[in-house]
Design a binder for this molecule. Structure first.
Ligand SMILES: C[S@@+](CC[C@H](N)C(=O)[O-])C[C@H]1O[C@@H](n2cnc3c(N)ncnc32)[C@H](O)[C@@H]1O
Length: 313
């Protein structure tokens, strides 16, 4: 965050500065304030639909978006992950741009920002036949995760989703991905890890240790149950209204010269690796030296002439 923005918050009494000391005895100003809440799962239910490693709490983008942008502004996350920034931006009436090198990011973020009603999901699921025969030899052996009947349903769903891409289909895909493996009966797999995919040999060990074997877990009721949970905060049409102009990019964010960065009002992001705790925030691309902050994340932004309220700055 640029220093002048911190001062602005300090002026508003939103935090205080205290002098603290590093272990090496060096003094530094420590900002203390509730930048985002420590509460759990209090935001829109869609935020929690799928696990993603190192995602941040929606309270965090919520805080910065509210303070540094207005309705209609564009908010960008160059390391989009499961699309927390994008969804929160749309919920707050902003347009959202997201970029991630991993195509999974768009697969997760698009349906979250283009949700459909429970009734649509129910109707679409009724239309999909998951009972068709499957040649198990044509697929990797995942019998340590899934009962053969569950696996048949998953493969049929996957085949269907490869050819059907309406918003209802994409929402079902999101929910199905979130149900693939985990530690409760709501998942398709026998007890496994929800956040990371363990290799088959590790799952065999888990099964031995827990003395468990995959039981049949019908896919459709699990999708419906999770969809109901994901949609319980409502606001479907509201999110869709503001996501119309969203942009998804799947590329290396070290070069995003194809994006007209002068249109972006705010970047809220958490880059990968150990620096992920550093939340980079660039407000008002017209007000400071955003390029240097972005470059410090290894991100190269295109810097066209900068305009504010129609004036060339
Ligand atoms: C810490 S996660 C972001 C999580 C996100 N804030 C959320 O709440 O879901 C970092 C993301 O950076 C992406 N990533 C890693 N290297 C990248 C690169 N060079 N360009 C674009 N994205 C990259 C990863 O795929 C991962 O999704």
């Amino acid at each position: 965050m640029a220093l002048n923005q911190l001062s602005f918050l300090e002026d508003k009494g939103e935090y205080i500065t205290e002098w603290a000391t590093t272990p090496a005895g060096k003094k530094y100003p420590k900002k203390i304030g509730e930048f985002w809440t420590s509460m759990q799962r209090q935001m829109h239910s869609l935020h929690y639909v799928v696990s993603y490693r190192a995602s941040f709490k929606p309270e965090l983008p919520d805080y910065f978006i509210r303070r540094f942008t207005a309705e209609g502004d564009i908010v960008f996350d160059p390391f989009n992950g499961r699309g927390t920034t994008m969804l929160q931006a749309n919920l707050l009436g902003r347009t959202a741009w997201g970029n991630d090198i991993n195509p999974l990011s768009e697969i997760l973020s698009y349906p979250k920002t283009n949700p459909v009603s429970y009734a649509e999901i129910e109707k679409r699921l009724e239309e999909i036949d998951l009972t068709m025969p499957v040649d198990f030899n044509k697929h990797p052996d995942l019998s340590m995760f899934y009962h053969p009947e569950t696996f048949r349903e998953i493969v049929n769903l996957k085949n269907y989703l490869q050819e059907h891409t309406t918003d209802a289909d994409r929402f079902i895909q999101l929910i199905a991905i979130s149900r693939l493996h985990g530690h409760s009966n709501g998942f398709f797999s026998v007890y496994s890890f929800p956040q990371i995919s363990v290799p088959p040999e590790n799952q065999i060990k888990i099964n031995q240790k827990r003395n468990q074997a995959p039981d049949y877990r019908p896919v459709k009721p699990r999708i419906l149950k999770k969809a109901a949970q994901a949609l319980k905060s409502g606001k479907i049409q509201h999110i869709r209204n503001f996501s119309r102009d969203n942009i998804f990019n799947t590329q290396d964010s070290r070069d995003m010269s194809n994006l007209p960065s002068e249109k972006v009002q705010l970047i809220v992001t958490s880059p990968p690796s150990s620096t992920r705790q550093i939340i980079s925030l660039i407000t008002g691309l017209n007000s400071g030296s955003p390029a240097s902050m972005v470059n410090s994340l290894g991100v190269k932004l295109y810097r066209p002439p900068i305009y504010a309220n129609g004036r060339n700055l």
